[in-house]
Design a protein around this ligand. Structure first.
Ligand code: EPU
Length: 323
């Protein structure tokens, strides 16, 4: 099916990249036409016109001021676990907070820990286990970063990222840094209003229990969750759950009841293990995935009278353009 897309203004990306490179300084890494598929868990989609890994907050602020003045869209990329990148790629600057400068894990000695936005949740769980900090076990299976989990208020096994937040440091689109307490954030199911435009730089998280826990107990709880996930979710490349659960119901159950498990478009398939996952068997395109998303939505609308809403972000685009 052909898709009518809003045309992006023609830009001289080479000139923009050169100017941005000098604005952020040589310690930052900048590349043109960086393939994004390999940076996502679903492994589909095109390239970023400009891809930037800022060296530090000053470079990030310089980048944000630059794109603002130049009128170029920017998008922040975490672990890429909840993203569908369109085949035509992203007309903008994609910013990733990669490397040690963004991956702090600094226990405060009072049951809290300062975590950088680029820290992977899996690393966070491992480090928290060693530090005797319980309460982060539910994050282990989410293939995201702290920054992405804050932005999406990621959740699993009944826990939510913002349950653990004490304060967040964020950078406004103007490049200003602020620290805000948990109470300043409007969070919801898979959503945080304040982080729609601002970028999280890090967060102070609080352990769920007051006393330090033995590492074996924490590791045991992580294992329980891991086993549960392995039994109920596919292992192939995916972007996690595609649709949000409608209030009081489960998108996976609804899709399953419509008999859609195993539905295929090219190398993309509605997982036979969990119907709210679309898996990539290797070589799927974003168009294949989008076609499945439309077919699943249409079937659930007709058979169940429910309009499923995507949970996965369509990187650099709006879902309304495709649905
Ligand atoms: N179910 C089916 N068929 C399926 C899938 C599920 O009948 O193909 C039924 C299950 O048997 C169960 C119910 O639906 O009775 C709920 O399923 P599950 O426990 O797997 O939870 P879920 O609501 O589908 C949510 C999150 C997951 C998270 C799990 C575990 C959403 C959209 N999904 O799934 O998050 O890992 O709970 O906590 O909120 C994600 O956000 O990417 C994600 C995978």
């Amino acid at each position: 099916m052909s898709i009518a897309l809003a045309a992006s203004p023609a830009r001289d990306w080479d000139a923009l990249a050169a100017a941005l490179a000098s604005a952020v300084g040589a310690a930052s890494r900048l590349r043109r036409e960086e393939p994004l598929g390999p940076r996502t868990t679903l492994r589909v989609g095109g390239a970023a016109r400009i891809f930037l890994e800022p060296a530090d907050p000053a470079a990030l602020a310089a980048a944000l001021r630059f794109v603002r003045t130049a009128g170029v869209p920017f998008f922040s990329l975490g672990r890429g676990s909840n993203l569908l990148v369109p085949d035509e790629g992203v007309d903008g600057v994609v910013i990733a907070l990669e490397g040690p400068a963004w991956s702090a894990f600094t226990p405060g000695g009072d049951g809290t820990v300062w975590t950088g936005a680029g820290l992977r949740l899996k690393q966070l769980c491992g480090l928290a286990t060693k530090a005797g900090l319980a309460g982060f076990e539910f994050l282990e299976g989410i293939p995201g970063t702290v920054g992405g989990a804050l932005r999406m208020n990621a959740g699993a096994m009944g826990g939510w990222m913002f349950d653990r937040v004490e304060e967040v440091e964020l950078m406004s689109p103007e490049g200003d840094i602020a620290r805000r307490p948990r109470a300043a954030f409007h969070v919801d199911y898979r959503h945080c209003r304040e982080l729609r435009d601002a970028i999280a730089l890090g967060a102070r998280l609080r352990s769920g229990v007051t006393a330090a826990a033995p590492a074996e107990d924490i590791a045991r709880q992580i294992d329980v969750y891991r086993r549960k996930r392995q039994e109920s979710q596919p292992r192939e490349a995916s972007a996690g759950c595609v649709f949000k659960n409608p209030p009081g119901d489960s998108a996976g159950r609804l899709i399953d009841q419509c008999g859609l498990k195993g539905l295929r478009e090219g190398a993309a398939e509605v997982s036979p293990i969990h119907a709210n996952f679309i898996v990539n068997h290797g070589g799927a395109s974003a168009a294949d995935v989008l076609a499945l998303v439309r077919r699943v939505r249409a079937a659930v609308r007709v058979q169940k009278g429910v309009e499923l809403q995507p949970e996965v972000l369509l990187f650099g685009r709006r879902w309304e353009e495709y649905l």
